[in-house]
Structure formats: C-alpha cells, structure tokens
Write a protein that binds this ligand. Structure first.
Ligand code: PLP
Length: 466
C-alpha cells in the first residue's frame, strides 16, 4: 500500500522485499515439481485479470497472492531441469539477485556520462570474456574492436547486417547488395537482412553434417556477380539451431575477404561452451571475421537478456550508428577514453546488464562454469550413446555439444509418438524439428539444474514409446 504523497518508504520496501525473496526461494525449491507446460487454455489467464487498472492502492500481500493464483499457473518450465526444448534460457541465483540490484539502481546507460559504472563494468567484463572464451585479443576495448551487450542474438545479427549494409552502400546501390548464410542458419539472419534493407538473401547449401559448403557459397557469389549483384554480408553459424552444426569459419572468411564482404559469426548457444578450451577447435578462424555474437542468456547461467556482441573494428559500427544531437553532447563524450554505448546499438536507451554477468562470473568462477558446461555435454553424450545402442533409433547429427538429435528409424509417425510420450509425461519437454521432410527430436540439455536423473526420466519416456 502506498503511503503519504503516494510514496513507498524504504522500511516498507524492506518488509515487502524480504517476503518476496522468501517466496522466490520457495519457488526455486518447488519449480522442478511444477508442470513444464502450463495447463491453461488461451485466454484463461486473461479472464482471471480485471478489465481495468485499480483506482485505489492494493496491499502488497494481494500482489504476492496473485503470483500463486495467476502468474505461476501461466509459467512455462524454462527453469525446470526436465526442460529440453528449444535452447535453454538459463537463470541462476547470483544472476537473479544482480537483476534485483540493477532494478534498484535504475540506470540508463546510454552514455558514459549517464552511468559511468554501467559503461566501465560492461567494458571490463566483456574484456574478461575475450580471455575466458579464447576470442581474438583485438576484440578487447584496448584494441581496434570491442564488445557491447545487446538484448538478443537476433538484435546483434541485425546490427551486423545494418553495419555491413551501411558500409557497402557507400559505394554500391543498396538494391544490389546480397546477404548469404547457410540453409541451416537461424531465421533471425533472414529477418535481420530484410529489416536492414537487403533485397537479396541466399540460403547456401549444407553438407551431410549440416555445415555450410564453402564451394556452394562461392558458386552463389559467382552467379550473383554474373548478374551484376554485390556480395556484402555472410554469416557463419557456430552451433546451428537445428543440430549444433558448425560452419567452417576459415574458408568462409577467405571468401569474405576476397569479395570484400562483412563476415559475422552467430554462436548464440554454443559460444558459452568456448569457456572450455576443448571446444575451441570449432571456432578456429575467428581472428579473420568482422563480428560475433553469443548469448550468456542461453547457456552461461545469466538471465535473459544478455547477448554479447563483438566487432573486430569499432569504426564502421560508429560510422553507422553515431548521431549526436546537442542534448546528448557532454564534455566526457569528446574524450577518446570514453565509450558511449548508444553508438554500439540501434536504440538510445540501455539497461545496466553487465552487473548480472559480473556476478555470475565471480560467483561460479570460470572453473564452476566450465564444470556446468562439461556436465551438460557429458549428459548429452550419455544420451547419444543410449540412442546409438537402441536398434529402433538413430542419431540424425553428431552430438558435439549438449544437443542430441535423433529419430525413430520407422519414420515420422513413430518419431511423433516418441515426442508425444515425452511431452505428455509431464517430467520432460522437447521440441520436434524437421530437415528435408524428416522429422526428428531435439533434446537440448542446458538447464542450470539438469542432472543424470532427469536424463534417466527422459529415457524412460523414450524407451516406453518404442
Ligand atoms: N541464433 C541461433 C543459432 C539460435 O539458436 C537462436 C535461438 O535459439 C538465435 C540466434 C536467436 O536468439 P535470440 O533469442 O537471443 O534472438
């Protein structure tokens, strides 16, 4: 309930916050037992809400009671250890607490002057990640490049497309520019190309393991050049959404350089695995690319939103994005020491997102994070071995990381029956997928608390449907 002059006193906040933190701790304890798929029909939750906002203040107890009454029944089990759908959307206690502190500070980090700590912490934490993930040293803020936290991988890739278009359009007609990526890349690349104004988009053929074929890229470029078009952008994926296939960065980079194209790498999910040196073989050649994205909000225990975007050279980014009206000028902004993150993204305003990443990196330490990734990958390999040992099942792609893709050898209907058995069990949840009319099941392991017992439960549903 609000007090005098409509204000909430700090002691009242303290009491409410303690009650909420207790509620959250209880929620975390019971979240594994909540339904993964909410048992609600479309519109049912809306019907539980009043049609208009309250005129009179309501007590905090009532707000809290509605968490149980309205919110929890409508939650999808992203934080359930039986969550194997899509890619994970991780969370963790230190990240959650940092989000609370971030909200308390209410910073608007568009410029150094509007939040020195939001700016400088982000610079330092993203420099740390360059070392932790084995990324090129030139991507540190002390080099020609640098990093910025964006909302999502789709945003980051869109940004790379916008910069490539801006650069290419200086010397070429915009309607002749072409963007390329593999036929297995995420839909955000095609969407980003469209929004960035590309009139020509090519989905390049993949090999047997679903990685882009560089010779098919060369052939598409040659055909486009032949018809007077200008190759301007190519995206390689390290860890495709369908099967975590990894495109060969080095040969694609050689083509991009020869053709004067911007080369972006989308490592949205798999990028977090690079904290373990044994996976870095899949990112060989990054020192040759122009931009890169990965999402700590997928697999590095950091709450959505936290997508890390790096450029090898920040000049083209600023040439594309920097517009400084008089009300955004400051003495600090004219210093070469100062980073104004508004020039690293499309919107002006930005959240203070570095705090949660900083806390996650410190609370777990690199070794703690490595052990989480390795545990998930080991669980994936264990599941893949069970599938290979089962005559009715087959893997549809190598399980290089923690995503396991398999199908029933009898075909689509039998595969669908397994999906139905898993998803109706209430204990696990998977999303089916499709390549060339062949349906398959993606088991995406990466929820913070997934352990062997959850894989055992999943396997029971699979085995029961054979
Ligand atoms: N790129 C890849 C390879 C993905 O798998 C995904 C989502 O799963 C995305 C991009 C989109 O990520 P975001 O939701 O952060 O935009």
């Amino acid at each position: 309930m609000v007090g005098k002059n409509g204000l909430v006193r700090p002691d009242e906040f303290r009491k409410n916050a303690h009650a909420l933190v207790d509620w959250i701790a209880d929620y975390l304890e019971r979240s594994a037992d909540l339904p993964i798929v909410p048992a609600v029909a479309p519109g049912e939750l809306k019907a539980r809400l009043p049609a208009s906002a309250p005129e009179a203040p309501e007590p905090f107890d009532e707000l809290m009671a509605d968490l149980d009454r309205i919110v929890v029944p409508g939650l999808t089990g992203w934080q359930n250890p039986g969550w194997f759908a899509y890619f994970p959307g991780n969370s963790s206690p230190p990240s959650l607490l940092a989000e609370m502190a971030t909200a308390a500070f209410g910073q608007q980090g568009m410029m150094w002057a509007t939040s020195p700590i939001a700016t400088e912490l982000e610079m330092v934490v993203l420099d740390w990640l360059v070392d932790l993930l084995g990324l090129p040293q030139g991507w540190k803020m002390s080099g020609p490049g640098g990093g910025a936290i964006q909302v999502s991988a789709s945003d980051s890739s869109h940004l790379a497309l916008v910069v490539s278009r801006h650069r290419a359009q200086a010397t070429n007609p915009i309607d002749q520019l072409v963007a390329y990526t593999s036929a297995q890349s995420h839909s955000s690349i095609e969407k980003g190309a469209r929004v960035a104004g590309f009139k020509h988009f090519r989905a390049i053929d993949v090999d047997d393991e679903f990685a882009m074929r560089p010779e098919a890229l060369e052939a598409a470029i040659a055909a486009d050049r032949e018809s007077g078009l200008i190759p301007a952008f190519v995206c390689s994926t390290v860890g495709t959404t369908g099967t975590t296939a990894t495109d060969p960065i080095e040969p694609i980079a050689a083509i991009a350089r020869r053709e004067g194209m911007w080369h972006h790498v989308d490592a949205a999910f798999v990028g977090s695995a690079m904290i373990c040196p044994e996976f870095r073989v899949h990112q060989q050649g990054l020192e040759l690319v122009d931009s890169y994205v990965f999402n700590p909000h997928k697999w590095l225990l950091t709450n959505f939103d936290c997508s890390v975007f790096y450029v090898a050279d920040r000049q083209p980014l600023h040439e594309t994005l920097s517009i400084v009206p008089p009300y955004l000028r400051s003495a600090a902004a004219t210093s070469s020491e100062v980073v104004d993150y508004r020039d690293w993204q499309v919107p002006l305003g930005r959240r203070f997102r570095a705090l949660k990443l900083w806390w996650v990196l410190r609370y777990y330490g690199a070794e703690g994070l490595r052990s989480v990734i390795r545990r998930h990958v080991a669980l994936g390999h264990d599941l893949a071995a069970r599938i290979e040992a089962e005559p009715d099942l087959e893997l549809v792609a190598p399980a290089r990381f923690s995503l396991v893709c398999f199908r029933h050898r009898a075909g689509n209907e039998a595969t669908d029956r397994i999906v139905e058995a898993i998803n109706s069990s209430g204990a696990s949840y998977v999303t089916p997928s499709l390549i060339d009319e062949r349906r398959f099941i993606r088991v995406s392991i990466g929820q913070t608390y997934t352990e062997a017992e959850h894989i055992d439960r999943l396997w029971k549903s699979i085995a029961g449907a054979l």
